[in-house]
Design a protein. Structure first.
Length: 166
């Protein structure tokens, strides 16, 4: 219900802006041009941010972190005979979390492959909306993955400090 009201308000706003742009007074035209200019800047900035994040993701930003965690866990495991069982148990938990995050990362990377429309089929507004929705969902998944990785890194750092203290 609320979503429908928001969509209706946005459509109404766009209609008013378009009307003012073509048929409004000089002041209304200037205001509409200003709003359209700011909207264009917002879209360009958003696209730039997404493009940069995708480049980092493609460059293996997350893969490198996973490799470093694996190396750290291996070093701790190699010295496990000198550690408390609580530290070893925590290490196993962190390794399981790392494995789940790696699986999520692999799944996101598979979904991140660009989908090309079939030949002879024009992209309509509904198709573009679906693709935009999928891209937004994928970005939310990436953001969530990054938050979980940061938490895993903090927990891993704490474990390494605990292991060194013993």
């Amino acid at each position: 219900m609320i979503r429908s009201l928001i969509k209706l308000a946005l459509v109404l706003l766009v209609c008013i802006l378009v009307y003012n742009y073509f048929f409004g007074t000089t002041e209304e035209r200037a205001q509409s041009q200003l709003v359209f200019g700011k909207a264009r800047e917002l879209v360009v900035a958003g696209a730039s941010v997404l493009k940069g994040e995708k480049q980092k993701f493609d460059a293996g930003k997350y893969d490198q972190v996973m490799d470093q965690l694996g190396d750290a866990y291996k070093a701790i495991r190699d010295n496990a005979k000198f550690l408390d069982t609580k530290v070893v148990q925590e290490l196993e938990n962190l390794e399981q979390r790392k494995q789940r995050l790696q699986e999520d990362l692999d799944q996101i990377q598979q979904q991140d492959q660009p989908v090309q429309p079939k030949k002879g089929i024009k992209a309509n507004a509904k198709t573009e909306e679906q693709m935009a929705g999928k891209a937004a969902d994928l970005q939310r998944q990436k953001d969530q993955l990054q938050k979980e990785m940061e938490k895993l890194l903090r927990d891993s750092d704490r474990l390494i400090q605990d292991a060194q203290a013993q």
